[in-house]
Design a binder for this molecule. Structure first.
Ligand SMILES: Cc1cc2nc3c(=O)[nH]c(=O)nc-3n(C[C@H](O)[C@H](O)[C@H](O)COP(=O)(O)O)c2cc1C
Length: 259
């Protein structure tokens, strides 16, 4: 019952944002109309595809650093000489792998996750290094259970433990940071990441996937957690159901930034 109430509260409290993907110079705030529950309304087709996927697969578009195999020892240099990190958090990289998971109720838990997919495209365009932010204690694959834990962590202002941090962080001058909107903000693991990986002085570009809530408070939260980072207000945000068809949009966003 408690889980249903949580899901309902989240659903009804989400703010409406324009569907689609794009960049914004200001945070998207949205209007106040009726809402849909994020991700969970994906249908059987998605679920069927999902069942064929292996959970926690790595992105196919680039090497992922920050995996159990370890981080890249020497960050790659891009054509213009800059060193770019593409760090992201995605539920699909942070869910309990359970063959019995009900993919119908949790379609977005299967790889690639929405932010994971966006991150792969950013990596493709920038030639940077991918880093998946992963917690040591993965989230439930069940939607309601994940919502509940995320809400508990938010209430406790928790800092979930990360599997690892970025090696050679000093070497990167530009960071693309991707995350989903969780509970009108960010997954608390993103704050663990920002506190343990000092982005001060680095140029940071944010990209976010979300339900109908848009960016909500996420940008303010990130700015507060990384006050000395140079966070651009040119942010790419993408409605969850449009992610799979947004490759061109995010590539041109990255290109427009000069990469
Ligand atoms: C625990 C949790 C909380 C969420 N809270 C919100 C929210 O408050 N507002 C919103 O618009 N979407 C919310 N969502 C939806 C995600 O932002 C959206 O599905 C996103 O595309 C997920 O990206 P991912 O697949 O990379 O994790 C939430 C999803 C989860 C799992």
């Amino acid at each position: 019952m408690r889980k249903k109430v949580i899901a309902l509260v989240l659903t009804s409290a989400l703010l409406m944002a324009a569907a689609g993907c794009g960049n914004t110079g200001t945070q998207s705030s949205g209007g106040q109309t009726e809402n849909t529950q994020p991700a969970v309304e994906n249908t059987t087709a998605a679920a069927d595809d999902a069942q064929e996927d292996t959970q926690n697969e790595e992105q196919t578009t680039g090497d992922v650093i920050g995996t159990a195999e370890g981080t890249a020892a020497v960050p790659e240099e891009t054509e213009d000489g800059s060193h770019i990190l593409v760090a992201y958090f995605s539920w699909a990289d942070n869910a309990v792998t359970d063959e019995n998971v009900d993919a119908v109720s949790s379609p977005s838990v299967t790889a690639p996750g929405n932010v994971q997919e966006l991150a792969g495209w950013v990596q493709e365009e920038t030639g940077g290094d991918l880093f998946s932010i992963r917690v040591t204690d993965p989230y439930p694959s069940d939607w309601d259970a994940c919502l509940e834990r995320a809400n508990d962590e938010r209430g406790e202002d928790a800092r979930p433990q990360l599997q690892e941090n970025v090696e050679n962080l000093d070497h990167y001058d530009t960071v693309f940071l991707g995350y989903p909107n969780w509970w009108y903000g960010v997954p608390m693991a993103l704050l663990s990441f920002l506190e343990e990986n000092d982005l001060s002085g680095k140029q940071v570009y944010l990209f976010c996937s979300h339900g109908t809530g848009g960016l909500a408070d996420s940008v303010d939260i990130i700015e507060e957690a990384a006050p000395a980072a140079e966070i651009s207000d040119n942010i790419f945000d993408c409605y969850e159901e449009d992610v799979h068809s947004s490759r061109e949009e995010i590539l041109s966003w990255v290109e427009g930034l000069g990469y």
